[in-house]
Design a protein around this ligand. Structure first.
Ligand SMILES: C[S@@+](CC[C@H](N)C(=O)[O-])C[C@H]1O[C@@H](n2cnc3c(N)ncnc32)[C@H](O)[C@@H]1O
Length: 82
């Protein structure tokens, strides 16, 4: 399981998903993905590249999502904060 804070255009997410095993999950956290700046472009890029089924997206700040994931007992092998 991998995790990324900050999606924006999804450029780093595309490289991470490319490197992952096809059965692996990649968690993405970004409160502004659907705001005026990014307008969903990161998720659209990932979907177009065929990674839709691999990703789990949270449209909230990382300080809100991370404690919730930890409380769920989630273990992360790799995390990227950008
Ligand atoms: C430099 S951009 C990320 C670039 C991205 N990794 C890429 O390759 O396209 C930073 C991102 O962090 C997001 N961000 C800002 N505050 C955040 C927070 N508290 N939690 C999660 N993401 C946050 C912004 O919305 C923005 O999309």
């Amino acid at each position: 399981m991998s995790l990324e804070v900050g999606l924006a255009y999804g450029i780093s997410s595309l490289f991470i998903c490319e490197a992952l095993d096809k059965t692996a999950r990649h968690i993405l956290i970004d409160p502004d993905q659907f705001g005026d700046t990014w307008q969903g472009i990161g998720l659209l890029n990932l979907e177009k590249a065929g990674y839709k089924e691999q990703i789990e997206f949270y449209a909230e700040p990382s300080h809100v999502v991370l404690p919730r994931l930890r409380a769920r007992g989630l273990e992360i092998d790799f995390a990227f904060i950008d």
